[in-house]
Ligand binder design. Structure first.
Ligand code: NAD
Length: 368
């Protein structure tokens, strides 16, 4: 039986992961058999509080021995004063690096019932379905030298952006392969006018394209322009491939096109084990209040079924159940705009509605 390692993490992490796991159990219920083994471990601040480290060897071992990982979020102000090496976010970087999760897929899709939740005008966002492929294990988040030190009596903070040819080639191939299953358009985003690492990025993405992907349209864009174009005319994009830092920032921006950061799932791929998590953080401002939007985590389970377990049909059941919940007017606070036929619900109720939709919507399909 495939094994899923579950890291609920901190803040709203445990609240949204609980709903996502219940959705997974609903899928199993329809299939009539338990088809996934799950095992939970502490990660991030929750792990630091108990073990003094953000990720224990046991937790890392569990992740490596599993077939997929479902993660909530880590971090929060409680742990901000900690030394950098034991901050909750270090656990995430360690997981990504050790599991070789170099490609982070972040779809930004606008659900029709949420058109009015986007701060952008309806005609700009209607039909948006773009995919950002963010390089995840290189760049400035990992480059050396790094640190804060005193040089000539002046406190100095240092980080280094490093990209190698193999790192760029492999993530470019992921983006081109994905584009082939979509509308065959890739925009590579860099800052090649000022950064040498970006100059190399652009050169190698162009080479990979020329060597085997000329059936895909490739264009290049500077990151500052891309940030502007994402709000000016987001429909021009299909697949965006970019570096770790630029992808981190651009996907938060793209999330607002869809209405809320609480809607966006992600998949981190590359090694044997895929990692699935919402793109949002631990949202300390709303943690424990039962109001967090669980849909990004629920949709992350759909990505897990699709990418790690080749279960496209079940992934579709979840996506359609989410769409129906929204069409029926259910909204958590982050996507709520007062209006007729719209009902504000909490985390648990939103999860319940999605599960109920899965059970009722799929009955006909399963019988067929
Ligand atoms: P955040 O994503 O946690 O929150 C930003 C804003 O979005 C907040 O107002 C929050 O309430 C809201 N929000 C986020 N998710 C939501 C949801 N599901 N439903 C409704 N509203 C939601 O970002 P932040 O405040 O910058 O970071 C908080 C902590 O999370 C920090 O410690 C940060 O380091 C950490 N973080 C972790 C991850 C991760 O685990 N992958 C990612 C980003 C940030």
């Amino acid at each position: 039986m495939p094994k899923i390692c579950v890291f609920p993490g901190d803040g709203i992490g445990p609240e949204v992961v609980r709903e996502a796991l219940a959705v997974l159990r609903a899928i199993e219920e329809i299939s009539g058999a338990r088809s996934f083994e799950t095992e939970e471990e502490l990660l991030g601040g929750a792990s630091y509080d108990v073990h003094g480290v953000p990720m224990t060897d046991k937790a890392m071992g569990l992740a490596c021995a599993s077939d997929a990982i479902l993660l909530g979020a880590v971090g929060g102000p409680k742990w901000d004063p900690l030394p950098f090496e034991v901050r909750p976010e270090r656990a995430l970087l360690g997981l990504r690096k050790n599991l070789c999760l170099f490609a982070n897929l972040r779809p930004a899709k606008v659900f029709a019932p949420l058109l009015d939740a986007s701060p952008l005008r309806r005609e700009l966002v209607e039909g948006i379905d773009l995919m950002v492929v963010r390089e995840l294990t290189g760049g400035i988040y990992f480059g050396e030298p790094r640190g804060i030190r005193t040089e000539n009596g002046v406190e100095t903070g240092i980080n280094t952006e490093v990209y190698t040819r193999p790192e760029i080639e492999r993530v470019a191939r992921v983006a081109f392969d994905l584009a082939r299953k979509r509308s065959r358009r890739v925009t590579s985003v860099d800052k090649s006018n000022v950064l040498e690492s970006s100059e190399l990025w652009r050169k190698i993405v162009t080479e990979v394209h020329g060597r085997g992907y000329t059936d895909v349209d490739l264009s290049h864009m500077l990151v500052d322009n891309c940030a502007m174009q994402l709000v000016r005319h987001p429909k021009q994009f299909d697949v965006i491939v970019t570096t770790n830092l630029f992808g981190d920032i651009l996907t938060d921006e793209a999330s607002m096109i869809t209405g809320s950061i609480g809607m966006l799932p992600s998949a981190s791929l590359g090694g044997r084990v895929g990692l699935y998590e919402p793109i949002h953080g631990s949202a300390p401002d709303i943690a424990g209040k039962g109001v967090a939007n669980p849909l990004a985590t629920i949709l992350s389970v759909a990505m897990m079924l699709r990418y790690s377990f080749n279960r496209d049909a079940e992934a579709g059941w979840i996506e359609r159940a989410v769409e129906k919940a929204l069409a029926d007017g259910y909204r958590t606070g982050d996507i709520y705009r007062a209006g007729s036929g719209v009902r504000r619900v909490g985390t648990v109720e939103m999860g319940d509605v999605v599960r109920k939709n899965i059970m009722t919507n799929t009955q006909g399909e399963v019988k067929r």
